[in-house]
Write a protein that binds this ligand. Structure first.
Ligand SMILES: Cc1ncc(COP(=O)(O)O)c(C=O)c1O
Length: 495
C-alpha cells in the first residue's frame, strides 16, 4: 500500500471518529424537530462512510477467500451446476444485511419490479422462498376463491390438470395437494417436451388447466398450447424454473419476433436455487398475467390474508377498519381477514439483494450457457466415437433454448448407469432428468392419476437419459476435459 493511500485512510478514519463524537453529542442535545433532522443528516453521512468501509473490506475479502482455484484435470470436480457469484453479489448482500430489515423490503420491491420485463409482463413479480413454492402458490391460485371476484370459476376437487409425466416433482405435487387429478402425458423423446397435439388429445370434460415445465431450458411450443388454452377456457401455468431467458419465434403483424417463455401463460414460475440461471441461494418468483391473478398468488404467499400491505406497512387500502365480511364484525381489522388457505413463503431482503446483482449479469449467463451447450453439441455430433453412443437432446424447432444443462440419451448398447458412474468417478458431474417418469417414483404409489397413452418416452428417459453441465462457470479447459471423459465413458459403458 502506498504512503499516500495510508495517509488518506488515516485522515478518513480521524474524520469519522470526530464526526461520530460530534453527532452523538448533538443527538442528545437536539430538542426540536429542526435540530433533530440536521443531526440525522450527519448520521446519514457516517452511515454512508461506514457502509463504504464494510464494502471495501468485503471486496478485499472476496478477492482473497474466493479467488478462482486452478483446474486440475481428473482431480478438480466439474459440477453439473454451480452458482457464479462475484464481489458485487457479496456487496449487495451486505448492503441489505446492514439495513437489518431482514424480511421483504427495498431490495425485494426492486427485484419484483424488474423481473416481469424479462417475460414481457407489466406490474410486479411476487418473490417466494423457492421455485417449488412458486409452483405451489401459482398452481394453488387456480383454485383460489378470489378468482370469483372477477367472474372466473376456481378449480374444484376432482378437476383435471394436464401435466408431463417426465420432470421435476414439485411441478406435479401442487396439483395433487389441491385434490385435483393430474393427467399425465408423455413427452417427445427428441426434445424432452410435451407436444401441443399430445396436450390437446389428453383433454376431457373435467380438464381445467395445463401445467408444464420448459424442460432443462428447452421451450415447448407454448405459443400453440397457450392459444388452444385460451380458446378452450383452460388455465396455463408455465414452469420456467429451468428456462429463464429462453425464447420462441412467433409471427406478429410486423414480422417474426422472439417472445420469452413465461409470457404466454396465466402464471410463470422461476427458481433461484444455485443451480439456476440466477441465484438468491434459495428463492423463486411468480409472474402473473395481470394484477388480479397476481393478487390471488399474493394472498396464498402471505398467510392467506385479504390485506395486501407490505411488511412494516399498515392501511395501504385506506380503509383498514371499514371493510365488511360475512361472518366477521363490521370493521374487523383487514390485516387479519383471511380469504384463502395460505402460507408464509416470502423471500428475505438479503436474498433479493443478491437476486438484483445477479439479474444485472443474466444476459451474460444465458449467452455462456448457450455457448457451452453448442460446444458440447458440436463435439458429440462431430465425433463418431461419441455420436454412435450418445443422442443429444435437440432444441425444439422454432425456439431458442436458455439451456440448463446438456441432456443426452444413451444409444442402444450403452448402459446409462455404467456411463454416469464412470463420469462421476472421473470427476465429471451428472444428473438424471429429475424423477424421469414420476408415476414410477415411490412417492406416487397409490396416487390417483389419469394416464394419457402409454408414457413410453418417459419410460425410456427413466433408463437412458442423463445430463452434464453448461453453467457459466465452465471454461474451455473444463469443457474439453468433459468431452474427453464422455468419450472414455461411452467406451466403458458398452454392453
Ligand atoms: C422444472 C423445475 N421446477 C421446479 C423446481 C423447483 O425449484 P426449487 O429447487 O427452487 O424449489 C425445479 C428445481 O430444479 C425444476 O427443475
Amino acid at each position: 500500500m502506498s504512503a499516500e493511500f495510508l495517509l488518506r485512510r488515516r485522515r478518513r478514519r480521524q474524520w469519522l471518529r470526530r464526526r461520530t463524537v460530534f453527532v452523538v453529542a448533538a443527538l442528545t442535545r437536539a430538542d426540536t424537530p429542526g435540530r433533530q433532522s440536521a443531526v440525522l443528516s450527519g448520521v446519514n453521512d457516517i452511515e454512508t462512510e461506514l457502509r463504504k468501509r464494510v464494502f471495501d473490506a468485503a471486496r478485499a475479502f472476496f478477492a482473497t477467500a474466493h479467488a478462482p482455484k486452478p483446474f486440475v484435470p481428473g482431480v478438480t470436480y466439474v459440477p453439473v451446476t454451480a452458482k457464479v457469484i462475484d464481489e458485487r453479489d457479496l456487496v449487495s448482500l451486505l448492503d441489505a444485511s446492514l439495513d437489518l430489515w431482514l424480511t421483504a423490503g427495498r431490495f425485494s420491491r426492486d427485484l419484483e419490479a424488474k423481473l416481469p420485463a424479462r417475460m414481457n409482463r407489466k406490474g410486479n413479480a411476487l418473490l417466494v422462498n423457492s421455485g417449488s413454492s412458486a409452483n405451489l402458490v401459482a398452481i394453488s391460485a387456480l383454485g383460489s376463491p378470489m378468482l370469483r371476484d372477477f367472474n372466473v370459476k376456481p378449480l374444484e376437487r376432482g378437476d383435471e390438470v394436464i401435466t408431463a409425466a417426465a420432470g421435476f416433482p414439485t411441478t406435479l405435487n401442487p396439483i395433487i395437494q389441491n385434490g385435483w387429478v393430474p393427467v399425465l402425458i408423455d413427452v417427445d423423446f427428441a426434445t424432452l417436451n410435451a407436444l401441443p397435439e399430445t396436450v390437446m388429445a389428453a383433454r376431457s370434460a373435467k380438464t381445467r388447466a395445463v401445467v408444464l415445465a420448459h424442460t432443462l431450458g428447452n421451450p415447448y411450443r407454448v405459443d400453440k398450447i397457450a392459444e388452444w388454452c385460451r380458446r378452450e377456457g383452460l388455465f396455463l401455468v408455465e414452469d420456467c424454473c429451468d428456462a429463464l431467458g429462453a425464447t420462441l419465434q412467433t409471427a406478429t403483424d410486423s414480422g417474426a419476433a422472439a417472445a420469452p417463455v413465461g409470457s404466454f401463460g396465466d402464471y410463470a414460475t422461476l427458481s433461484f436455487y444455485p443451480a439456476h440461471h440466477i441465484t438468491t441461494g434459495e428463492g423463486g418468483a411468480v409472474i402473473a398475467r395481470d394484477g388480479r391473478m397476481r393478487r390471488a398468488v399474493e394472498s396464498l404467499r402471505d398467510w392467506g390474508r385479504d390485506c395486501w400491505c407490505e411488511p412494516g406497512k399498515d392501511n395501504t387500502c385506506g380503509k383498514r377498519f371499514a371493510w365488511t365480511f360475512d361472518g366477521l364484525p363490521c370493521g374487523y381489522d383487514h390485516k387479519y381477514v383471511y380469504s384463502t388457505i395460505g402460507y408464509n413463503l416470502k423471500m428475505t431482503d438479503m436474498q433479493a439483494a443478491i437476486g438484483l446483482s445477479q439479474l444485472d449479469k443474466l444476459d451474460g449467463f444465458i449467452a455462456a450457457r448457450r455457448r457451452n451447450w453448442q460446444t458440447l453439441f458440436d463435439a458429440v455430433t462431430s465425433n463418431p466415437a461419441l455420436s454412435e453412443g450418445l443422442i443429444p437432446v435437440r432444441a425444439t424447432p422454432g425456439t431458442e433454448p436458455s439451456w440448463f444443462g446438456f441432456p443426452m440419451h444413451c444409444a442402444n448398447g450403452v448402459d446409462r448407469e455404467k456411463l454416469t458412474r464412470f463420469l462421476e468417478e472421473h470427476k465429471v458431474g451428472t444428473r438424471l432428468l429429475f424423477g424421469s417418469n414420476l408415476a414410477k417414483q415411490p412417492a406416487y404409489k397409490g396416487i390417483e392419476f389419469r394416464r394419457h397413452g402409454d408414457l413410453a418416452a418417459s419410460d425410456e428417459i427413466l433408463k437412458r437419459t442423463f445430463w452434464i453441465g453448461v453453467h457459466p462457470g465452465l471454461d474451455a479447459a473444463r469443457i474439453s476435459y468433459m468431452v474427453e471423459q464422455l468419450e472414455a465413458a461411452v467406451k466403458a459403458a458398452r454392453r
